[in-house]
Each structure stands twice: as C-alpha cells, then as structure tokens.
Design a protein around this ligand. Sequence first.
Ligand SMILES: Cc1cc2nc3c(=O)[nH]c(=O)nc-3n(C[C@H](O)[C@H](O)[C@H](O)COP(=O)(O)OP(=O)(O)OC[C@H]3O[C@@H](n4cnc5c(N)ncnc54)[C@H](O)[C@@H]3O)c2cc1C
Ligand code: SF4
Length: 330
Amino acid sequence: MKEFGYLRPTDPAHAVELLAADPHARYLAGGTNLVDLMKLGVERPRLLVDLGRLPLRAIEPADDGGLRIGALARNADLAADPRVREAYPVLSQALLAGASGQLRNLATTAGNLLQRTRCLYFQDITKPCNKRRPGTGCPAREGVHRDLAVLGASEHCAATHPSDLAVALAALDAVVELLGPDGARTLPVTDVHRLPGDRPDLENRLLPGELITAVTLPPPVPGARSAYRKARDRASYAFALASVAAGLVVRDERVEWVRIAFGGLAAKPWRARTAEAQLLGAPADDASFRAALEAELDAARPLRDNGYKVPLARNLAVRVLSDLARESVR
Ligand SMILES: Cc1cc2nc3c(=O)[nH]c(=O)nc-3n(C[C@H](O)[C@H](O)[C@H](O)COP(=O)(O)OP(=O)(O)OC[C@H]3O[C@@H](n4cnc5c(N)ncnc54)[C@H](O)[C@@H]3O)c2cc1C
Ligand code: SF4
C-alpha cells in the first residue's frame, strides 16, 4: 500500500477544508470499502480525513415528524433503532440484508451510500476499466457480467451500485444533507448517483470536497406498509442480484400510494416511476402489479449473461407488493 497522511478533525467544516485543499484526499468513515480498495491499489489517497470524531452519529426526530440520520450512524445501530423498525421497516430490513454483523457494526450511513461498484474488472488494477481509468475500455461487456446492470447502462460501463441501504432510501424519498466549501445544500437521494453515459468515472453528484452530514426521512405515510426483499447467490454475505424496496397504501382495494425502487439492476438505486404512475388508482392485485412492472422493465437492455435479472426483479417486486397489499386489508 502507498504511504498516506492521516488527520482526525473534530469539526465538519474543518474536514471539508482539508478535503477541498487536496484533490487526492479522501474521507474515511468505517473504512470497510475504502481500505479494501486501498489494499487493492484501486484507491491511492494522499491523505485520509478520518470522520470518526465528527458529531454526526445521532439518529434523531426531524422537525417535520420525520427522522434525521447522522452520516456516521452505524448500519447496525440504524437497523436496530426502534423508530426505524416501527415506522420505516423497509430500511431496517434492507440494512439487515446487507454484509455481515461485524461489517454493519463499522459501516456508516454515508459510507454505505458512496461505496464503489463490485465489478471484478474495476477491482483488478491489471485490467482496463473505463470507470477506474477513463478511456481504457469495458472488458465486462464481453467478459464476466452476470452480476451487472440491465437498466441505465451504456456501452462504456454496466456497473451496478451495490448498496441495499440506498435502495430503501430511494423508496422512502430520503434527502441527503451536504456540507461543502461553498456551504450547505440538500439533494434527493435519488439524485445522488449518476448513470454512466460516456463518463462512468463520475459516479455521483457531490461537488469536490462535499461531506454528507445527514440523511433525512420524511414523516411516515399514514397507513403505509413497506418491505425490502433481496435475491442473491447465498443467504448471507452476498450482494444483490436484484432487490426491491416497496411501500404501499391500499384503499377500497385500489392503490392509493406506492413507492418502488430496485437494487442490483443499475448504477444507482432505480426508482420505478413508470410502474408507480401506472399503479396509482389501479386495483391492488397481482395482475396490475405485474403489468406495471413489465412496463417499467421494458427499458431493460441485458447483456449476454444477465437477462435472468429482468424476470427475477419483476417476480420479486410482484411478490413484495402482493404481500404488502394482503397485509393492508388485515
Ligand atoms: C464482504 C462484504 C460484504 C458486503 N455486503 C454488502 C451487502 O450485501 N450490501 C451492502 O449494501 N453493502 C455490503 N457491503 C459493503 C459495506 O456495506 C460498505 O463497505 C459500507 O457500507 C461502507 O461504509 P463505510 O462507512 O465503511 O465507508 P468507507 O469505506 O469509509 O467509505 C466509502 C466511501 O464513502 C466516502 N465517504 C464516507 N463517508 C462520507 C461522508 N460523510 N461524506 C462524503 N463521503 C464519504 C469515502 O470517502 C469512500 O469513498 C459489503 C462489504 C464487504 C466487505
Ligand atoms: S462495467 Fe464499468 S466498472 Fe466494470 S469494467 Fe466496465 S467500465 Fe469498469
């Protein structure tokens, strides 16, 4: 591993100053992704700015009745928080579907959102990769791409975003709070990650030096049920081949409110807005759910070996929505 500097500021504004002053500096949160990538030589920071002493760990009620989650809240603490389990079960379930108990004890909210792709070629510095080294090519297109994207990919990159948490946050309409050299701002979580286009190296819309300080959830929607389900190669310790986060309100057997987001299908959590629009006011039954999800997944453009993800994601989402509809009429 290359030598690097290490600083532990206690004030968020100071952390931002340090990052802004050095384009080769990186924020370090739990380190469960960044340190692995440093060992592989994929990340070679000159300076690590350890966020561990910043006061950004609290999970607290927001003024509007929602929940404000500090950027450094551990995945394990967030999953176990009684307010999350009660009012936002989709979030707790998504967190518990990710990684292992040990990793969740270290991994943070912001670090989970900004973790990098698990594409094999991205992690292997002996291979070309447009995301790691722009203009070198995308060997995954002809090579190993069984786990890669079917939605929103480009000829330049078909990486997926590996986070489970981000998918639940997308379905919950969460908002990310940022602090940068020019002050504070917010960004809907669905706008944080970018699709690859012809610049797969640009993964998110954070400005240079910006620090995620918190993620806020809107107040729970009255009468809504929510759930997360994930399909993976092993029952634990594996990334999503496809996953779905959904929330549903049914009134008089019709869909009154619905949120659907997919994981494992794209370079960002994929909000199924076409399906949501089609479902509003429709009968809350399997036929409507299937038709709406087929309309959404019509945009899928699988590669040679990942077409299985399309029916997998559709069936997973139909199952989750019909379970939620059944719970709603109990
Ligand atoms: C074996 C294994 C299995 C895993 N399985 C899953 C899984 O199934 N599902 C899943 O979702 N994840 C999984 N993970 C990934 C794990 O969840 C992430 O590594 C973790 O969430 C990253 O959080 P961290 O705090 O450790 O981030 P770090 O590694 O510290 O940082 C990650 C990135 O975020 C940046 N960053 C961190 N905090 C901030 C901030 N506040 N503002 C701006 N930038 C910031 C860092 O600079 C870095 O680029 C797995 C990891 C391993 C090793
Ligand atoms: S899919 Fe993206 S991350 Fe993977 S090799 Fe191609 S360019 Fe690199």
